[in-house]
Design a protein around this ligand. Structure first.
Ligand code: UT7
Length: 331
């Protein structure tokens, strides 16, 4: 069995309020709050890279798990905003954390990235390839936002969250990762993308605007509810949890209206849905661990509570995971 034994997060200090964005774009605090639920978010200062946030969150997750260098066998980093297109960011993060020559690689599943990384870390443990895996979701979307696009410009925030997964011989112990569900639909790849900078349209051939993140918001919204809802339902059936047994629904923090629609779709009471996007915005691969840590800090989780996580993002990709809440102190 795999168990979650540590959780750490990091947010860059600079707060960017709706009022600040209203001075920059043709938008308003009222529109952003009503249409997304977001009130403020953090953006990294220029010069701060995703790897810097990942190291800070990773350090805290290791501290939360009571681990030191040599105690982790692999680092899996989910991000859409790596430090460089090549190489991956995870090896640098592992080196900076002093973890030695461990396996380290990035996962590219956009906003579903953290749960994809969790599934892969879990797989390494189940296959006997690792005893403990540091799983990180870290993003600096502020570096890929189009300064001329008010829709994406108000939604995204920067941040990082990390967990430590460990092999656990005792089944039924709090912290157990009970199952994962992953899926994708590449036919809808154009709904969320950065057009240039890959081999299909090399950066040298693209227009300046092609280097920015783009999203067809309304179509993404419709897909998000159904895909997260169906993935979560499939997982619940597989692990044998009834909907009314889910204590906390931790959905990808993209839009408060999506979270409300998701709870309705799943027939889970809205008050069981964790919401922290009002303070951090959509942090893509960092979203789920930041939401977990926020709810834990507010004392919402009791040891053993049933936590259902589900996320959705570019690709399209979607993913769900179920855990019982561990006896840990998040950092
Ligand atoms: O994390 C990956 C997954 N991402 C998501 O799940 C995001 C999903 N999508 C959404 O959250 C929503 O679709 C948005 C928040 C992005 C947009 O909300 P919407 O209710 O779908 O708005 P819309 O795109 O249909 O636009 C409605 C109107 C448009 O004006 P017209 O054409 O009706 O005159 C937009 O131009 O709102 C306008 N608009 C804005 N107005 C003020 C779009 N962005 C803004 C803005 N401020 N920032």
């Amino acid at each position: 069995m795999t168990a979650l034994i540590g959780l750490g997060t990091y947010l860059p200090p600079r707060e960017v309020t709706n009022a600040e964005l209203a001075a920059r774009f043709d938008t308003s605090d009222e529109w952003i709050t009503a249409r997304t639920g977001i009130r403020t978010r953090r953006w990294a200062d220029p010069g701060t890279a995703t790897g810097d946030l990942a190291v800070a969150a990773g350090e805290r997750a290791l501290k939360s798990a009571g681990l030191g260098p040599g105690d982790v066998d692999a680092v899996v980093l989910a991000t859409t905003t790596p430090d460089h297109p090549c190489p991956a960011t995870a090896p640098d993060v592992a080196a900076r954390l002093g973890l030695g020559h461990v396996a380290a690689y990035d996962i590219a599943a956009v906003c579903s990235g953290f749960l994809y990384a969790l599934a892969v870390g879990h797989g390494q443990i189940a296959a006997g390839q690792a005893r403990r895996v540091l799983v990180i979701g870290a993003e600096t979307y502020s570096t890929i936002l189009d300064p001329a696009d008010r829709t994406t410009g108000v939604i995204f925030g920067d941040g990082a969250g990390a967990v430590v997964l460990a092999a656990e011989p005792e089944t039924g112990r709090p912290g157990a990762l009970l199952g994962v569900d992953l899926g994708s639909d590449g036919a809808l790849r154009d709904l969320i993308r950065i057009p240039a900078g890959g081999s299909r349209l090399p950066a040298r051939d693209g227009a300046a605007a092609d280097r920015y993140f783009t999203m067809q918001g309304t179509k993404v919204f419709q897909q998000a509810v159904v895909r997260m809802g169906d993935s979560a339902t499939a997982l619940l059936e597989r692990i044998g949890w009834r909907r009314d047994e889910v204590d906390h629904l931790v959905g990808h923090q993209a839009n408060v209206r999506i979270l409300a629609a998701l709870a309705r779709y799943l027939k889970i009471p809205a008050e069981r849905a964790v919401v922290n996007l009002d303070r951090v915005g959509n942090t893509s691969a960092a979203s789920i661990p930041l939401a977990l840590a926020d709810a834990a800090a507010q004392g919402r989780f009791a040891v053993g509570d049933r936590v259902l996580m589900t996320a959705f993002g570019g690709g399209l990709t979607w993913a769900s995971a179920a855990i019982t809440w561990p006896d840990i102190h998040p950092c």
